[in-house]
Design a protein around this ligand. Sequence first.
Ligand code: GLU
Length: 318
Amino acid sequence: MSVLSRTSKAVGASPFDGRFAPSPTGPLHLGNLRTALLAWIFARSAGARFLVRMEDLDRSRVRPGVEEAQLADLAALGLDWDGPVVRQSERGAFYEEAIARLDAEGLLYPCYCTRAEIRAAVSAPHGIAASDLYPGTCREISASERAKREASGRPPALRVRAHGAKVAFEDRLLGHREGEVDDFVVRRNDGTPAYQLAVVVDDWDQGVGEVVRGADLVDSTPRQILLYNLLGLPAPRYAHAPLVLGPDGQRLAKRHGAVTLADRREAGETPQEILTWMATSLGLAEPGEKPSLPILLARFDPACLPREPTIWSPTLAT
Ligand code: GLU
């Protein structure tokens, strides 16, 4: 069955179905896990499904054993999910179908540029700098110029003709957002589907109604909404969650010390203590309290969540 012609979503789908979509390239840190907790709370407090998808298209960065460790972390925190874990590496035909549809409508063009951006397109861009925006070099090249580049033997990437579209959306946490969309890559020149395309096809196919993810991905959302529009599919709602930052104000990372669940457990903390820190930092628990997941679900109110990042400190408040 065609992935894009489905009019009804998966069996049991609800408009609040959510997901967590890590890349199995390294252990989850407390910021990733807090986003997973929040995505789980958004879905489960609405009685909806919660799905887990492994974004493993970037084969050069996937590390053996990481997927299992990430799933074990979710389970240790008590986060459950519905159905089998979906892997992007097993869904190539779906992405090709979407690319073929866009191409048939004249919405794609080959790009022969050798920019680092084309190489990077396969993984999620955590923040898109102005210098990452494609200036349109290959958009209108003449047929003879194209033939010359083809003759060089280097396969092209595929870009979408965005026509500088301006896309606006209402984020459940960040409010009104808008952005201009560049001609971004949908298939890398080695044939790998780009993150922007894969995430749209999968969220649609899996029946995800609400995408809850880190605020560092908010710049990707206009690109993804444009793809939904071009494919004739309804876009989900979005909630971009505040990040956990290191003491230097940068996104949490290994260099900030013991920031994974395994690190924290080695330091003597229990999953309940880590959950408590997450809940407290999200304004869902008072310091000193040890709330269970059902209590967090019962008190959840997106309007009361912080909008600002949390600065992580090595001493968790328990
Ligand atoms: N796989 C992406 C990441 O590692 C997340 C993509 C998404 O949630 O849309 O951050």
